[in-house]
Design a protein around this ligand. Structure first.
Ligand code: DOR
Ligand code: ZN
Length: 345
């Protein structure tokens, strides 16, 4: 039984850092273990233009504590007014690594997202030409579609037609939560990958609803039934390079979670690596952890793998804070509901 494992330093291919006091508080939690992260653009107002992404990148780097290294990989928020030339320039300069598609109304700060896909076709075709990745929040938002079905319906109604219309476009289906998504990605021969979060490998919908409503387990896409969680664990631990880590660590202060209409998001940056090692260890798949956290992502994005490593050791139960303090109030750290034994040395 191994008690120590060394991995190429991981990256997070889907992360929310926010801005201001919360950015200041949460950034070190990611930078402690991760070299880079694809930073989500759903601020208020959203990060739509190259100039806004450059300014946000500067604010992130300014919030980084002395002595810590971290490279934010910036994204642009796709709107129906997005200018293809601005996107191409932001990509050519090396600033922007992906464009994020939020169907309008799908989740936190998605009001500026896409309603009419014909209006973004020009941008998507340009992205295909220049090799820029589209990250997708893969849920439809139609009121008549049950929230637990929204991902599967997105595949049929949006993703599959889009892949046929713009076949050269490289896409990532973000934070997949269903066996339908796992199957769809496995069946795709090229230009499609998926990120899987830490929390969706651990919780199912019972964790949110049984014995009382637990707002810190509420995220979007919402966790599904246990058979889907098992399909995600199978995909993540399979070694298939089309699946890689995007934590979707999404901090909200407790006051915004523990209220009559709480925000979606699980904050997992603090204990993600310990949780993932526990999950992979239980599956007898520790030898595949590095692929999931550190290799498949850069390979798909066409970026170099990190040159340094981290080491995890197995021992007594790991302790971590329940909450991270921020200038706007506390942010609760995700509780995986199990003892963790792997710590980053
Ligand atoms: O749970 C989520 N939180 N899902 C998302 O898609 C957005 C994120 C956020 O920004 O809080
Ligand atoms: Zn997200």
């Amino acid at each position: 039984m191994s008690t120590s494992i060394t991995l190429t330093r991981p990256d997070d291919w889907h992360l929310h850092l926010r801005d201001g006091a919360v950015l200041q508080a949460v950034l070190p939690e990611t930078a402690r273990h991760f070299a880079r992260a694809i930073v989500m653009p759903n601020l208020v107002p959203p990060v739509v233009t190259g100039a806004q992404a450059a300014a946000y990148r500067d604010r992130i780097l300014a919030a980084l504590p002395d002595g810590m290294a971290f490279e934010p990989l910036m994204t642009l928020y796709l709107t129906e007014d997005t200018d293809p030339d601005d996107v191409a320039a932001a990509h050519a300069s090396g600033l922007v690594k992906a464009v994020k598609l939020y169907p309008a109304g799908a989740t936190t700060n998605s009001a500026s997202g896409v309603r009419d896909f014909d209006k973004v076709r020009g941008v998507l075709e340009r992205m295909a030409e220049i090799g820029l990745t589209l990250c997708m929040h893969g849920e439809v938002t139609d009121h008549e579609i049950d929230i637990f079905d929204r991902e599967a319906v997105f595949i049929d109604r949006v993703l599959d037609p889009l892949r046929r219309d713009v076949p050269g476009l490289r896409m990532v289906m973000e934070h997949i939560t269903t066996s339908s998504a796992v199957d769809y990605v496995r069946a795709a021969e090229r230009n499609l990958a998926a990120t899987i979060t830490t929390h969706h490998l651990v919780i199912n919908r019972n964790n949110i609803l049984v014995g009382g409503i637990r707002p810190h387990y509420y995220c979007l896409p919402v966790a599904k039934r246990e058979s889907h969680r098992l399909a995600l664990v199978d995909a993540a631990t399979s070694g298939d390079a089309r699946f890689f880590l995007g934590t979707d660590s999404a901090p909200h202060v407790d006051a915004a979670k523990e209220t009559g209409c709480g925000c979606a998001g699980c904050f997992t940056a603090t204990n993600t690596m310990s949780i993932l090692a526990e999950v992979f260890d239980r599956e007898g798949a520790l030898d595949r952890l590095e692929g999931f956290t550190s290799l498949h992502g850069p390979d798909y994005y066409g970026l170099p793998r990190n040159g340094d490593t981290i080491t995890l050791t197995k021992g007594d139960a790991v302790t971590y804070p329940d909450k991270i303090a921020s200038g706007d109030g506390p942010v609760t750290v995700f509780d995986p509901g199990m003892a963790l034994h792997w710590r980053v040395a």
